[in-house]
Design a protein around this ligand. Structure first.
Ligand SMILES: Nc1ncnc2c1ncn2[C@@H]1O[C@H](COP(=O)(O)OP(=O)(O)OP(=O)(O)O)[C@@H](O)[C@H]1O
Length: 228
């Protein structure tokens, strides 16, 4: 599903963010990515979502080598990735329904199919009753669930989340993670970047740890002090 081979990333200006990173996430896996602030987590996710390119090495998504794909293929590969951000990136002047519908409208789905899928996505995240509300009327946890509904509405096989629980208390964070577990149990691959070691420690998932751009551990989370 996601494969990194000897991937390094140096930004213009010389800041090295990733150094010779190797890992492979299989279809249907759920894994966490952690590390200190500035360790390279966001950069790694940006390479997967093709918002940045590696300086050296290969990134493969669903068998596609991102170094050799055409501009036209980028849109197809991105369609298979649902992205979830800490700050939701919701449109506050649109309703919850319209926010979740956005990816489908961009892809040209019919109004009927859009309604069907948006209702199903809102049902999955427990927000059917709030479809007509503005996101401004929702709590932080509910806003995050709108972001998740929008990410899954076109049923991508891969969900990528960057600090999805960043602003939430431990109870709400666990609720968000259990939503990800539901999608994972339905066959979706899930890759979550977080610096919240407490959250990771409460579960036993594969955890990849970056330190100063290098992948220092990859396995079941046993040692929560690894990167401190
Ligand atoms: N667009 C950019 N241009 C130059 N340097 C960058 C850019 N984006 C990130 N960096 C640098 O690359 C390194 C890795 O940053 P990155 O944002 O990937 O880390 P992170 O682990 O996600 O950090 P945080 O947890 O604080 O979000 C840092 O030194 C950062 O300053």
């Amino acid at each position: 599903m996601i494969k990194f081979e000897q991937v390094s990333k140096t930004y213009l200006g010389g800041q090295r963010a990733l150094s010779k990173v190797n890992f492979h996430i299989e279809p249907g896996e759920m894994a966490f990515l952690t590390g200190h602030s500035g360790a390279g987590k966001s950069t790694l996710l940006k390479l997967i979502s093709i918002m940045e390119r590696p300086t050296v090495g290969r990134v493969l998504i669903n068998g596609h080598d991102l170094n050799t794909i055409t501009r036209r293929q980028i849109a197809f590969i991105r369609r298979d990735i649902g992205m979830i951000f800490q700050n939701h990136h919701l449109l506050m002047d649109k309703s919850v329904f319209d926010n979740v519908a956005l990816p489908l409208i961009i892809e040209g789905y019919t109004r009927k199919e859009t309604s069907r899928r948006v209702e199903a996505a809102l049902e999955m995240v427990g927000l059917s009753q709030k479809a007509k509300n503005s996101p401004l009327m929702l709590s932080g946890g509910e806003q995050q669930r709108v972001g998740i509904a929008r990410a899954v509405v076109n049923k991508p096989p891969l969900l990528l989340a960057d600090e999805p629980t960043g602003n939430l208390d431990p109870k709400l964070s666990m609720e968000i993670i259990s939503l990800f577990e539901d999608f994972n149990q339905a066959g979706v691959s899930v890759f979550i970047a977080t610096h919240d070691l407490g959250l990771i420690a409460r579960m036993r998932y594969r955890t990849l740890t970056l330190r100063h751009g290098q992948m220092i551990t990859d396995g079941l989370n046993e040692d929560e002090g690894a990167w401190q």
